[in-house]
Design a protein around this ligand. Structure first.
Ligand code: PBG
Length: 325
C-alpha cells in the first residue's frame, strides 16, 4: 500500500501559507450597511430583535453613515419609516420624506459615501403590503407608477443608486423608464431580483414597522422551494435594465447565488437579512456560538458562493475585524 503522494495538509501548516493559498477574501469594500431612518431629532431607537441596530433620526443617520465611511464601508442602504402612512404609500415619494432628507443630509456630509435607497411601498402603506390593494389583492400595474415616482424622488434627493424590493413584475423597466425621462439615465438600479417569501425577515418588520396587516407576501415574493424560477426572475430583470442583482435571504439560498454566478456576469449582491443577524446575536448572547468567527465565516461563505457585495447589519463589526488583521 503506497502512501499518497498528494497531501493537502502541506499547504495548511502555517497562517502565512494558508493566507497565500486562500481562495476567497472578504474585504470591507464588499460591505453595504443598511440604515433605518425616522423623523425627529437626536433619536436612536433600539430594535429589540436586532441588538446594536437602531432606528435613527436623520442627524443620527448622518453620524452612523460617517462612522461606517470612516471604517472603510463604501455604501449604505436607506430604509424610511415615515410619520404617516396611507393606502397608496404617498409619504414615500414626498420631496421632504424621511429617506429624501436622509439622502440629502448624508450626501452633504459624506459626498463620497455611496447612498443606495430601498424602493418599496410596505413601509409607507397603512396595510403594510408592498403594493396598492384592489379587490383584496396587490395590484401589480397600479403599483409600478408609485414605485417609479418614489425612485425618481430618491434620485432628486441625491441618491446614487435605487434598489427596488417590492417584487412587482415589470418594476425594473418602469423605474428605468421613469429615471431616464427625469434625467437620471446614469443612475444604476440594484434590483432585489430574487427575493423569497421568507420568515427570516421577521426582525426587519419590527425595525421598519412594515409587517402586513392582513395575509402575507406570497403572492409577490418567491416560493422558497423554487430554483428555476430564480433564473427567470434574474434574467427578466437583466433584460429590463438592472445593473446588479440581489439574492435574498443569503444563508439558506447560497445555491441560488451560485447558480446565478454561473449564468450571469453582472455584479451579484447577497442580502444577509435581519433573521440571520438575529439568530447569531441570540446564540452568541447565550455563549453558544463565537460571534465574530461565525459572522466572518458566514460572510465569507456568501462571497465564496458568488456574491460580489454583501448587504449586512454586521458591516461595522465586520469592518473593524477586517481592519485589524
Ligand atoms: C421591504 C423589504 C424587506 C426587507 C428588505 N426590504 C421586508 C419584506 O419584504 O418583508 C427585509 C430585510 C431584512 O430582513 O433584513 N420590502
Amino acid at each position: 500500500m503506497h502512501f499518497p503522494a498528494t497531501r493537502l495538509r502541506r499547504l495548511r501548516r502555517s497562517p502565512t501559507l494558508r493566507g497565500m493559498v486562500r481562495e476567497t477574501r472578504l474585504a470591507v469594500e464588499d460591505l453595504i450597511y443598511p440604515l433605518f431612518c425616522i423623523a425627529g431629532r437626536n433619536q436612536r431607537r433600539p430594535i429589540a430583535s436586532m441588538p446594536g441596530i437602531c432606528q435613527l433620526s436623520v442627524d443620527q443617520a448622518v453620524l452612523e453613515a460617517g462612522s461606517a465611511w470612516q471604517l472603510g464601508i463604501p455604501a449604505v442602504l436607506l430604509f424610511g419609516i415615515p410619520a404617516d402612512k396611507d393606502a397608496v404609500g404617498s409619504s414615500g415619494a414626498r420631496p421632504d420624506g424621511v429617506v429624501q432628507r436622509a439622502v440629502a443630509a448624508i450626501k452633504e456630509a459624506w459626498p463620497d459615501l455611496l447612498v443606495i435607497t430601498d424602493v418599496c411601498l410596505c413601509e409607507y402603506t397603512d396595510h403594510g403590503h408592498c403594493g396598492v390593494i384592489r379587490g383584496g389583492e396587490v395590484d401589480n400595474d397600479a403599483t409600478l407608477e408609485l414605485l417609479a415616482a418614489q425612485a425618481v424622488s430618491h434620485a432628486r434627493a441625491g441618491a446614487d443608486m435605487v434598489a427596488p424590493s417590492d417584487m412587482m413584475d415589470g418594476r425594473v423597466a418602469a423605474l428605468r423608464a421613469a429615471l431616464d425621462a427625469a434625467g437620471y439615465a446614469q443612475l444604476p438600479i440594484m434590483s432585489y431580483a430574487v427575493k423569497y417569501a421568507s420568515a427570516f425577515y421577521g426582525p426587519f418588520r419590527e425595525a421598519a414597522e412594515s409587517a402586513p396587516r392582513f395575509g402575507d407576501r406570497r403572492s409577490y415574493q418567491m416560493d422558497p422551494a423554487n430554483r428555476r424560477e430564480a433564473h427567470r426572475e434574474a434574467e427578466l430583470d437583466v433584460a429590463e435594465g438592472a445593473d446588479c442583482l440581489i439574492v435574498k435571504p443569503a444563508l439558506a439560498y447560497l445555491d441560488i447565488l451560485r447558480d446565478l454566478r454561473r449564468r450571469l456576469d453582472l455584479p451579484l449582491v447577497a442580502y444577509n437579512v435581519s433573521g440571520e443577524f438575529a439568530m447569531l446575536k441570540a446564540a452568541a448572547e447565550r455563549g453558544w456560538l463565537d460571534h465574530d468567527q461565525v459572522m466572518l465565516e458566514s460572510l465569507t461563505g456568501m462571497k465564496r458562493a458568488g456574491a460580489d457585495l454583501i448587504i449586512t447589519y454586521h458591516a461595522p463589526e465586520a469592518a473593524r475585524l477586517l481592519r485589524t488583521r
